[in-house]
Design a binder for this molecule. Structure first.
Ligand SMILES: [Zn+2]
Length: 151
């Protein structure tokens, strides 16, 4: 089986009797923030956005509440819809897996999270969408926020 054929269910199977299914968030961040930026440079952000969007498009979700529940169940963060109009949705994410607790370095890089939420919204709402991150704990805020434009 080629790696791209692994399903979401497949990758959730873990055979670690001693260590269990979880890892410290710092391990994820090591890959995400250090490794990917070192190898991909400035394309790391857009790449992760597209990865998130592709995954979001592939999720079997039908409502925004389902999306919010999944984001929290997977411990990506705690999302809340702040604004929802015909052409814009603003979503705040507390305890974001990528940026929560990081020092203010004046950059926002929760591209995966923004992509995942946007991809899922595209599927749920059946409209193309694009996210712009407007807040991040790594840029001095106490949360992450995404403004999603619907087209
Ligand atoms: Zn974040």
């Amino acid at each position: 089986m080629a790696i791209e054929r692994l399903s979401f269910e497949d990758i959730g199977k873990v055979n670690r009797a001693t260590l269990g299914p979880d890892i410290p968030l710092s391990v994820f961040r090591l890959v995400r923030l250090i490794g990917m930026n070192k190898i991909l440079g400035e394309s790391a952000g857009p790449t992760l956005y597209m990865v998130g969007k592709d995954i979001g498009n592939g999720l079997d979700l039908t409502t925004v509440d389902d999306l919010a529940g999944l984001v929290q169940t997977l411990r990506i963060g705690i999302p809340k819809v702040l604004k929802s109009s015909d052409d814009t949705i603003v979503i705040r994410v507390l305890e974001c897996m990528t940026c929560s607790g990081l020092p203010n370095i004046g950059e926002m890089f929760c591209n995966f999270e923004g992509g995942l939420i946007t991809g899922a919204l595209e599927k749920i709402l059946k409209r193309p969408a694009k996210a712009v991150q407007t807040k991040s704990q790594s840029s001095g805020f106490d949360c992450c926020e995404f403004e999603i434009s619907l087209f």
